[in-house]
Write a protein that binds this ligand. Structure first.
Ligand code: ATP
Ligand code: MG
Length: 650
């Protein structure tokens, strides 16, 4: 294990927070949450200031979460108007980088405001009212941000659905959100390939109608100009409606607890949940975390590679950065197109200072070697971030050494769709780093480790990760199903929010996320997180990615089943299999020795890039007929290969 990396002098110089600021602020945020959040609630603009700060209860049967509840504000005015009013209208709000490396564009705050107002007026003219749900199914183009902000402007609730989802998945979300309006594009483009968005929407609308939800309006953005069917009674071209719409639109005064958006979780563990976030607390939290976790400084270019279809895109491409007046980069393409050097080429092209991506991308690029990275100078980079899955130390160190050349702090940020913003992460100028650790809780966040019986564990320990009290960015309910909300998050450990993740706290009080609690395996009485075995496998030079699950074992209770993707140019042989078993034994201990190793050209991932271990578990258990909901799978073909090459046939 690599040593602790101390805060470097150049990270601390000019940082938004020092270590002393963090310690004092954190202590105060727990001792006096009212005072702390009253102060920080003031970082955004209120149409009518709040007087009440926190009114929350995790009590069984009576979970209710309200922040700043008597305040009135508008999220789009906070993200746009106030920067223009402050004379920063000509600053760049969005840098758009197209799928095609020849296409890019800078959009000022003034322009983003005008486009948002026009779209808000078009939506209103089409009958969208305050509280209505609008489904957004768009590629990563600036219109996706305008559509979100236009909804926020008129008080409509957006439900963004990632453009990679199938008509069936889209229909399910339209029905669940009872959404009668859709904003989409003719086609998207990713990695040079067209995505038939409008045709998917047409299919989804037909499916949704059978499910009892009619869609009366589709606002259609022209992206590629490809041939699409247009129903004149229902579909409206954005470019035509836009020119007729007024360029200004008064922001609707919204209560702090009025809904801002619904977003469905990734579906890694089962049926996606319609997470509902409200306006005031969410915006305060997204803005404060963005400012400090990324140590954002005025004028810097900030790039988060997520899609707006995920919560990371909501909080850290759109709402957080724009509320802070930052320049946020929106990238339409994929990391490997036209080649594996694309991300770093974009970093150089736009002189990106802060870069935020997912472990899945880091591991995939690591598998392609260092050369594509080294082709770019990356001199502008100052901070590197990661989110989405546990990052194994090997990938962390590659990111740190090769991408950041040991100059840039790596911030591993742990959070969830449900949490609205980052809960555990280092602060660049304040926190010493440990590769693979999300380090310390953010202000106001009270993580706790709880054992299976609900006992709170103190000091260094490993257990189930709960949060003991509310923070402003917390989800308020599962849309239309408050009972499922209480059941899912508050029934396992009474009076606490249960995250579903496992974690370890070390002797320095640092937090290590060990993965989902379902992913803990018990081999002959030894409990271990699958992430630990995966890290050991990935630290072998031939391995690019690994996923580990347990399966029933006559002698040990559970056996260790490993799916291993090799580095480019490596061959999966019996010899390598033996070598990997020996390697894990040496790294962790003999009890962790893999029982089965399956070489897999690809792993089943959600469309947000997370490994779906529940599918791997079924294959390892030799039950390929019981894979469950696979609608959020990125590439179903991967599963066929895994099933036909499974190693545990009865
Ligand atoms: P579902 O809830 O539908 O199963 P999901 O949990 O994958 O899907 P998200 O809300 O997108 O949906 O992901 C949150 C989860 O991702 C966390 O609970 C955790 O398991 C994992 N995660 C996110 N960031 C990190 C991180 N920095 N380190 C470790 N795990 C992380
Ligand atoms: Mg989850």
């Amino acid at each position: 294990m690599a040593d602790t990396i101390a805060v470097k002098r150049e990270w601390a110089d000019g940082a938004t927070l020092s270590d002393a600021d963090y310690r004092a602020g954190y202590e105060r945020s727990l001792a006096d949450p009212e005072g702390f959040w009253r102060e920080h609630g003031g970082r955004i603009d209120w149409i009518r200031p709040f007087t009440r700060v926190k009114n929350t209860s995790f009590a069984p049967g009576d979970v209710s979460i309200r922040w700043f509840e008597d305040g009135v504000l508008n999220a789009s005015a906070n993200c746009l108007d106030r920067h223009v009013a402050a004379g920063r209208g000509e600053d760049t709000a969005i840098i758009f980088e197209g799928d095609d490396p020849a296409e890019s564009r800078r959009i000022s705050y003034a322009e983003a405001l005008e486009e948002t107002c026009r779209m808000a007026n078009v939506l209103r003219a089409d009958g969208v009212k305050k509280g209505d749900r609008v489904t957004i199914y768009l590629p990563m183009i600036p219109e996706a941000a305008y559509a979100m902000l236009a909804c926020a402007r008129i008080g409509a609730v957006h439900s963004v659905v990632f453009g990679g989802f199938s008509p069936d998945s889209l229909a399910g979300r339209i029905v669940d959100a009872q959404s009668g309006f859709v904003v989409t594009a003719d086609e998207g483009v990713r990695g040079g390939r067209k995505v038939p968005l409008k045709s998917n929407v047409d299919k989804a609308i037909a499916i949704a109608a059978k499910g009892g939800q009619d869609v009366s309006r589709v606002l259609l953005v022209k992206r590629t100009g490809g041939e699409v069917a247009v129903d004149p009674a229902r579909d409206v071209w954005w470019h035509e409606a836009r020119d007729k719409a007024a360029a200004t639109c008064d922001p609707e005064p919204m209560g702090a607890e009025d809904p801002l958006f619904i977003l469905y979780t990734s579906g890694s563990t089962g049926k996606p949940k319609g997470v509902l976030h409200t306006t005031g607390g969410y915006l305060v939290y997204a803005s404060l975390t963005h400012a400090h976790v990324f140590d954002y400084r005025p004028g810097e270019v900030y790039w988060c590679t997520a899609d707006v279809g995920w919560v990371t895109g909501h909080s850290y491409i759109v709402y957080g950065p724009l509320a802070n007046g930052a320049t946020t980069l929106m990238f339409e393409g994929v990391p490997t197109y036209p080649d594996a050097g694309r991300l770093w080429q974009v970093v150089d092209k736009h002189e990106v200072n802060i870069f935020y991506t997912a472990p899945t991308a880091i591991r995939a690029l690591m598998g392609q070697g260092d050369e594509p990275v080294k082709r770019a100078s990356r001199r502008s980079l100052r901070i590197l971030g990661t989110v989405g899955e546990p990052i194994n130390p090997e990938a962390w160190l590659w990111y740190w050494r090769v991408v950041g050349e040991e100059r840039c702090p790596v911030v591993d940020t742990w959070w969830q769709t449900e949490t609205g913003g980052i809960l555990i992460a280092p602060l660049p100028g304040a926190t010493a780093l440990k590769p693979g650790s999300a380090t310390r809780p953010f202000f106001g966040v009270r993580p706790e480790l709880v054992d299976a019986e609900g006992q709170v564990l103190d000091r260094a320990a490993e257990g189930n990760l709960c949060i003991a009290d509310s923070w402003p960015g917390q989800m308020r309910t599962v849309y239309g199903d408050h009972e499922r909300f209480e059941q899912t998050y508050f029934s396992t450990y009474k009076g606490k929010y249960f995250t579903g993740d496992g974690a370890r706290r070390d002797a320095d009080g640092y937090w290590w996320i060990t993965g989902r609690v379902d992913d803990v395996i018990n081999v002959s009485g030894h409990r271990m997180g699958t992430a630990e075995v995966e890290s050991a496998l990935v630290s072998h030079k031939a391995v690019s990615e690994a996923a580990v699950v347990g399966y029933p074992h006559d002698v040990k209770g559970q056996g260790i089943y490993c799916y291993v993707t090799l580095m480019q140019g490596e061959e999966g042989s019996e010899e390598l299999r033996k070598e990997l078993v020996g390697h894990v034994r040496a790294e962790i201990g003999p009890f962790a020795a893999p029982d089965k190793i399956q070489f897999a050209p690809g792993l089943p991932k959600t469309r947000s890039g997370k490994i779906m271990r529940r599918i791997l578990r079924k294959i390892a258990e030799d039950e390929p007929g019981a894979l469950g909901d696979t609608s959020t799978l990125a590439d179903p073909a991967v599963v066929d290969d895994l099933v036909s090459n499974r190693q545990n046939r009865r």
